[in-house]
Ligand binder design. Sequence first.
Ligand SMILES: [Zn+2]
Length: 173
Amino acid sequence: MQRPKSIAVLARDLPGRRDFTDWTYRGVLTGDDETFVVTEEADGSQRLLRDPEARARDTFTWGYGGTGPHTLAEVLVTDVLAGYARCPACMGAAPCGAGVAHCRSCGDAGRREGTEQVARTLVRTLISQIPQHCCWVLTRRAILTHITEQATPAGKGSPLTGPTTQPGHRASD
Ligand SMILES: [Zn+2]
């Protein structure tokens, strides 16, 4: 059996596909210190980015490495991969197995292997680097490129700002 494609390989290949559509994420900080992320589709329509419990407001934060940034990273990884974020072994169905059907590939998380690692890297190299009291704009393509660059040894820099500071070691795999 062929080994499923890694997220890094998907991130590299997706923007080159003919059916690829780009969209834009806008991190918004209101005057009341409320945060949310708006996704603007290519056709101009907008949707609020939501976590798995459908929460959108004050769920996502940035500028440091805590819970809000990790939630944002996990949702962003899933969102930029679109349908490819599902575990290819169970097609994302494992969480609905109610403990009867088990997926060894994803440990019943329903997500493609490596999602957590990519999300952790995204927090460290991108989301924690955004100024905390700032709104921000990132495209789907820029995030996929960032994921690709972080997965290759030569990969450095951030789509947001100039060079980012990189710790001398990678989180253990
Ligand atoms: Zn699975």
